[in-house]
Structure formats: C-alpha cells, structure tokens
Design a protein around this ligand. Structure first.
Ligand code: NAG
Ligand code: NAG
Ligand code: NAG
Ligand code: NAG
Ligand code: NAG
Length: 265
C-alpha cells in the first residue's frame, strides 16, 4: 500500500509539470543576437547587425495539428515584414542590417497567423554618439545677428551643453546671449553683434555617459557693415521690364504677320 503511493506521487508530479510546461511553451518565443534583456530590449548601435529568430513554442498535439497550416508573422511597429515563403514555417528569421537611427525604439513582434493572441515582442535600443566635431569659420557683420548651433542628438540623451567663449563659460548677460535647446540642437544666439563683445572662439561641449566628451568650435569674426543692394526688388523690376517687352513684341507680331499675308495676296 505504502509502496504504491510512493510510486504514484512522482508520476502525478511529472504529469503536473508536463502540463505546466505545455502551457508555458505554447505560443512563440524570440531568440536574438545580440541577446534580448529580461525586459525585452535589445541593445545595439548604428551600423551593427541584429538577428531575430522566431520559434513556435512546444505545443500539445491537438494545438500542433490546428497550427500546422499556420505561418509565422513578423510585425515591425505594427507593419507587416515581408518574408520569403520558406521563412514562415517552423521558424522565421529577420535581420536588421545595418542598424539605422530609425531602428531606435522599433518594436518587432512575432506571432502565428490565425492566433495573434500569443505574441512575442522585442524593442531595439540603438545607442549613438552626438555628431559634434571639428570647427567652423563664421563671419558676421557688425550689428547683425549671430546664431551658433550644435547638434546634440544622441542616445543616451545629452543632459547638458557647455558653451565657452575664448575658453571661459559664455557670460549670457554680458554678451546678451540666449541659449535654447530642443533635445536635437543647442543654439547660442545674440543680436546686434559688437566686435569687442562677440568676436572670438566659441565652443560647445557635451558629455555622453556612453561615448564621452564631444565638442565643436566656431571662429567668429565680426566684419565692417557693408551697404547691401536691394537685390530682390531689382530682380523683380527686371522681370517686369522683360515681360512687358515680350508682350509688346508678341502683339506686334500679329500685325506684322497679317501685313505680310496681305502683301502676298
Ligand atoms: C520542447 O519539448 C522537448 C521535448 O518535450 C524539449 O526537449 C525541448 O527542450 C522543448 N523546447 C523548449 C523550447 O522548451
Ligand atoms: C510591441 O508591439 C506589440 C504589438 O503591437 C505590443 O503588444 C507590445 O506591447 C509592444 N511592446 C512595446 C514595448 O511597446
Ligand atoms: C490561441 O492560443 C492560446 C494559447 O495557446 C489559446 O488559449 C487560444 O484559445 C488560441 N486562440 C485561438 C483563436 O486559436
Ligand atoms: C538605451 O540604452 C542606454 C544605454 O544603456 C540607456 O541609457 C537608455 O536608458 C536605454 N533606453 C531605453 C529606452 O531603454
Ligand atoms: C577672444 O580672443 C581673441 C583673440 O585673442 C580676441 O581678439 C577677442 O577680443 C577675444 N574676445 C572676447 C570677447 O574677449
């Protein structure tokens, strides 16, 4: 009697485990290179390659039969990914190559056609440094506006930008500067430029937690004010004159042709 119980118990447990397994394994799973983190994010960088593999999980026989005709479907941000015929059965591979800016935050979802209640999805996190380097020569006329721009768009995002003039932090009030930042660019601007206040070497510097320090410099020269010709009104005037001449010739042309014709008669 006791012996029987001992034998039965493991069998019962085994069945229970198998049932649980079947439940967990139904649906689909995504394997990836580089590996996906526990929260479903794949870390990658520009120009790299991400390989995704969708596998239907272990199913019960009944389920497997029902799904024998089913095909694997991939969505990228809710848009169907085109797959070759042989890439839809049993398993399905999608390659993101090369990784571009637009892939940052892209959501790849896989499921079996006919049952999209069980989905697996991963999100790409594409990290990239800010495009900030080199130097630029800037000429600005006395009393004109000066606008300097630095592209600071990066992932992870840049939290602060340092602007310097001749090596020391820009004095916003002394130079009547305004600073703006929209997450993509940082601007330093001022109007009514004066040589004594605004000429010099400017630099914007950012520090990325992942890619380190990046900076760009601007060599600003303030030039004498020149008298500007009113170019646009001049062009407009010339166009009017030309058009009137052409119209005049055209209307005459009629008369000339008529005249020639009547002469021939
Ligand atoms: C599916 O089941 C088989 C046998 O039951 C097992 O060997 C395999 O590891 C299972 N696959 C997964 C992905 O769990
Ligand atoms: C990815 O897309 C799927 C399907 O539209 C959705 O169920 C899932 O919540 C999305 N995941 C994230 C992290 O946005
Ligand atoms: C889809 O699959 C789930 C899990 O295997 C199952 O519970 C559900 O009934 C299926 N739905 C359809 C429409 O087949
Ligand atoms: C992407 O990865 C970077 C670097 O690990 C991290 O700082 C950032 O928070 C991640 N972003 C998302 C949306 O997961
Ligand atoms: C910055 O340095 C240059 C060259 O030494 C100098 O000509 C200019 O006046 C300086 N600018 C300011 C605002 O001090």
């Amino acid at each position: 009697m006791k012996m029987k119980l001992i034998f039965r118990l493991p069998l019962f447990l085994l069945l229970l485990l198998l049932l649980q397994c079947a439940e967990q394994m139904s649906g689909v799973t995504i394997e990836s290179d580089p590996a996906v983190s526990r929260d479903g994010v794949i870390q990658t960088e520009l120009e790299k390659v991400v390989s995704l593999l969708c596998l239907p999980g272990n199913r019960s026989e009944a389920e497997a039969e029902a799904e024998a005709e089913a095909e694997l479907v991939w969505l990228r941000n809710d848009q169907l990914v085109r797959l070759t015929e042989e890439n839809r059965k049993d398993q399905s591979r999608v390659c993101v190559t090369p990784v571009i800016y637009d892939d940052n935050g892209a959501n790849f979802t896989c499921f079996l056609s006919g049952n999209d209640t069980v989905r697996a999805s991963v999100v790409l996190n594409v990290t990239f440094p800010p495009q900030l380097s080199g130097s630029e020569q800037v000429l600005v006329e006395d009393m004109d506006d000066l606008v300097l721009r630095c592209d600071i768009w990066a992932n992870p995002a840049i939290s602060s930008v340092l602007w310097t003039l001749n090596g020391t932090a820009v004095d916003l009030t002394a130079g009547r500067f305004t600073r703006t930042n929209d997450g993509f660019s940082s601007w330093l601007s001022t109007s009514g430029v004066k040589r004594s206040l605004h000429e010099g070497t400017y630099q914007c510097t950012v520090v990325s937690s992942m890619y380190g320090e990046h900076s760009k410099s601007f060599h600003v020269t303030v030039t004498e004010k020149t008298i500007k010709f009113p170019l646009m009104p001049m062009i407009a005037g010339l166009v009017v004159v030309c058009l009137t001449t052409i119209l005049a010739v055209l209307s005459r042309w009629h008369k000339i042709v008529k005249c020639v014709k009547s002469c021939r008669k």
